[in-house]
Design a protein around this ligand. Structure first.
Ligand code: ATP
Ligand code: MG
Length: 253
């Protein structure tokens, strides 16, 4: 799938909403197996970048390539089928069905799209895959619970299970630890990293919590008012004067 180890190429992508330039000529290269994080202040364009990669918004200019193939302009379902899945900044589960059923529906939608469905009456058996995912995220005891009865942290885990059930090679996580306590955040970060490496997944992550970003990322890109102002390893980003200024404002007024 990856050419020269490159999974995702965002090439000079711009996206405007009316007069607002949410992204301006942003380029990124994400390599196989890495954890690549996108950070930046509120409104910097992080979620918009994810929406362009996953086909929710078409870029106004520029291209996105996945495994060497241009995907900009494809529908979200087509992009998901090629192997990109995304979780949302706001939890996006089916509240009134069980935990197990939530993941089963996601897994079966994938199986159906890939043409493995023999007939309407014989849905593919994805039970083992669902059980494996619930085990990995410590949700086995909650499998028959309605999703709405889970704690906030468990719901975020469930949402990651839904994305993983579609068997992606690239997983985009938009603030997966939002609303978690510091203890939950630490545990979630370790778990996400561990599951990604066990499954050979490439991760593209948006995260507000700097300690999470610095601990989990191989590389980081910083967006500010829709432009990429820095990219590098965590230690390079931490000491970059442009990044410090973007977060703290100008040193003197
Ligand atoms: N569908 C849309 N229609 C109009 N404007 C939009 C739309 N989506 C995003 N924007 C605007 O684009 C800019 C970037 O928004 P975006 O959600 O990408 O930022 P973000 O970096 O994810 O911010 P946050 O950290 O608050 O989640 C903002 O000014 C936002 O209001
Ligand atoms: Mg956002």
């Amino acid at each position: 799938m990856a050419r020269d180890g490159v999974v995702l190429e965002v090439d000079a992508v711009s996206r405007s909403f009316g007069a607002l330039a949410a992204l301006t000529e942003v380029s990124l290269t994400v390599r196989e197996g890495e954890v690549f994080s996108v950070i930046g202040p509120n409104g910097a364009g992080k979620s918009t970048l994810f929406n362009v990669v996953t086909g929710i918004h078409a870029p106004t200019a520029g291209r996105v390539r996945f495994g060497g193939r241009e995907i900009s302009g494809l529908a979200p379902e087509a992009i998901n089928r090629l192997g990109i899945a995304k979780t949302f900044q706001i939890t996006n589960i089916f509240p009134e069905i069980s935990v197990f059923e939530n993941v089963r529906v996601a897994a079966q939608s994938r199986a159906r799209e890939s043409g493995r469905l023999p007939s309407l009456w014989r849905l593919p058996d994805v039970g083992d895959a669902v059980t494996d995912l619930l085990t990995a995220f410590g949700l086995t005891d909650k499998r028959d619970e309605l999703a709405e009865n889970l704690s906030h942290g468990e719901q975020r885990y469930l949402e990651i299970c839904l994305a993983l059930a579609t068997e992606p090679t690239l997983l985009l996580l938009d603030e997966p630890t939002a609303g978690m306590t510091p203890g939950e955040t630490k545990a979630a970060t370790a778990l996400i990293r561990q599951i990604a490496s066990a499954r050979g997944l490439t991760l593209l992550l948006i995260e507000h919590d700097m300690s999470v970003v610095m601990g989990i990322s191989d590389r980081i890109a910083v967006l500010h008012f829709g432009e990429k102002i820095a990219e590098g390893r965590p230690e390079e980003i931490r000491s970059d004067p442009r990044v410090i200024e973007a977060y703290l404002g100008p040193a003197e007024e």
